[in-house]
Design a protein around this ligand. Sequence first.
Ligand code: SAM
Length: 233
Amino acid sequence: MNKEEFINALKELNIDINDKILNDFNTYYKMLIDYNSHTNLTRITEEEEVYLKHFYDSLTLIKAVHLENQSLLDIGTGAGFPGLVLKIVFPNLNVTLVDSLNKRVVFLNSVIEKLNLKNIKAVHERAEDYIKNNRESFDIVTSRAVANLSTLSELCIPFVKVGGFFIPMKAEAETEINNATSAINTLGCVIRKTISFKLPKDAGNRSLIVIEKNNRTSVKYPRKFSEIKKKPL
Ligand code: SAM
């Protein structure tokens, strides 16, 4: 996806980007490639592919939820997908990025500083630990490419405020949903809908699963990671 295709694809998502935002993406791309040359962040490095499979893909979250003036938590953000990309386009979004790998958090902080972004922080912690002081405190929690839906739900849903949303970004939804519905309900949520679409240029299928929290999550969740793995809900 070249720059012009990126701009046009975003228009179809009702996102109008200006030169400053385009410059920010350019800087982010360069920093990603530079850091990736010595520390693994992503296997996708070709510019047009990064714009499609990381930048554009991250922004498709807008199909599922209203983002202005919301607090958003991205669990297992890696090099900032989708949370940092969303922050660049939606400056009023209050963003928290969490990743268990410090070298990724160091990269995220360097981009945040370089782009002079406010109301965003990158946290080096595992989701199971970060929950201690942050239970039920975000409007929206999202995550891409971190774990299967059942595991991910136990890690993410405890962070969502009652009335808020957990929206995992998945390639495929049906089997995942079948295996995770009971976990999602146990954690206090209902699946409202699934938004499925194809990425441009045959880059694959995507599903945004819109999960609404209507009850508080028991404080016994999330359990230790080894237990989540051993005995899925
Ligand atoms: N979300 C990014 C993306 O879509 O490109 C990164 C995906 S990468 C495959 C998974 C990331 O999740 C890694 O950066 C890893 O360090 C992080 N991660 C895995 N388990 C985690 C946990 N329990 N808490 C926080 N981060 C976790």
